[in-house]
Design a protein around this ligand. Structure first.
Ligand code: SAM
Length: 352
């Protein structure tokens, strides 16, 4: 793992410019400016590499209310978080989620937040696209691993591709920029990725491919699905001209431009090349548990602090303490010898 030492990093201003409050800076001098919030652990799909079929979900009493999710997110925004991504589970299946999104959009209006966005499976997008656009959502990531409806049903177990495509149409019609996220899966979509990329680029969408990560027990052996993106890239290079570009969206993807389509393709490579040195993110679950790293178990319980006091001083102290424990990085391994997942929680707990 190559992680730069603190002395190599830029010194970061300790004050959040939009609020004047102390900014969140971790022990490795990385400014924490990006919060991902999982608003529910429930999902209307059961993607085979993500969840087991018979998942047990959290009882309702354990979930933060929408008001509590707003209060927690707003505390992070006070401390310099400029990007907020709602995820899940499937964020658009959380009851009244638009109430939360509308409320959080006040931070866009005030200029404290640069971006409010979501990662979604697209199943509910046709219903919500216009309202999301009205709330200032300008960009969405839609997860889609195949354009073949039978394969789509197979990988999601329950999904209907036509609904997702209608959702993408609705988002684009509402003026929202859509990026496709596809997990690269051996013996599943490896032969389709070039086609999907062309399809995305023809429709004015960027696409990102992602390596599957060992998170949570699923019903199959992950080694059977793991496809390193070094190989995906090499295969694409047989057909297309890829040019590395410095384009960034705040996340971990490294982008190339495809000369033949004029579109962008991102690579998210937690396995073959982790991206920890530039990590600016923390993740909050729908129970108010803060994970400082996607690939580590350490977490801070913010729910009890939140519920323990009306003011936010204790909450800010707890956030500072948690950020002070943010680790340097993760080390995921997928091989047949390593039978247990690197982290026990499923991706649906912390979201993508
Ligand atoms: N339901 C939303 C969606 O489908 O985008 C948000 C949550 S989902 C967990 C977020 C992303 O994580 C999806 O793109 C999904 O494909 C990806 N994902 C799930 N499990 C993964 C794993 N083990 N490795 C890599 N990506 C994973």
């Amino acid at each position: 793992m190559t992680v730069r030492e603190p002395s190599d990093m830029n010194i970061i201003a300790p004050i959040a410019s939009a609020t004047g409050k102390p900014a969140l800076v971790d022990p490795f001098h990385r400014a924490i400016t990006y919060l991902r919030v999982s608003v529910t652990d429930r999902c209307d799909f059961r993607c085979v590499y993500c969840m087991a079929e018979d998942m047990e979900f959290l009882p309702k009493r354990d979930l933060l209310t929408l008001e509590e999710l707003d209060r927690l997110s707003s505390a992070f925004i006070e401390r310099g978080v400029r990007r907020l991504r709602l995820t899940g589970g499937e964020p658009l299946v959380r009851k009244n989620v638009m109430y939360l999104i509308r409320s959080l959009s006040r931070h866009l209006a005030s200029g404290k937040l640069d971006e409010l966005t979501l990662t979604t499976n697209g199943s509910q997008l046709a219903r919500f696209a216009q309202e999301l656009a009205d709330c200032g959502v300008k960009r969405l990531n839609v997860s889609l691993d195949t354009l073949d409806s039978d394969k789509f049903r197979q990988i999601t177990r329950w999904g209907d591709l036509s609904k997702v495509l209608a959702g993408i149409d609705a988002a684009q019609a509402a003026g929202i920029k859509v990026k496709l996220n596809a997990v690269a899966l051996k013996n599943f979509n490896e032969g389709e990725l070039a086609f999907m990329m062309r399809w995305a680029h023809d429709r004015g969408m960027d696409m990102t491919v992602i390596e599957t990560m060992p998170m949570g027990e699923i019903d199959e052996d992950r080694t059977d699905r793991y496809l390193p993106l070094t190989l995906v890239r090499r295969r694409l290079e047989d057909q297309f001209t890829l040019r590395d570009i410095p384009y960034k969206t705040g996340g971990p993807a490294r982008y190339v431009e495809i000369a033949e389509t004029g579109g962008r393709l991102g690579f998210i490579t937690p396995m073959t090349h982790n991206f920890c040195e530039s990590c600016n993110r923390v993740r909050m679950t729908c129970t108010g548990t803060l994970y400082m790293c996607l690939g580590q178990e350490d977490a801070a319980d913010l729910r009890s602090v939140l519920r323990g006091s009306e003011g936010d001083e204790a909450l800010h102290r707890a956030i500072d303490e948690a950020i002070g424990r943010k680790p340097k990085g993760h080390d995921f391994v997928i091989d047949r010898a390593t039978q247990r997942p690197a982290v026990s929680r499923h991706m649906s707990v912390t979201g993508g």
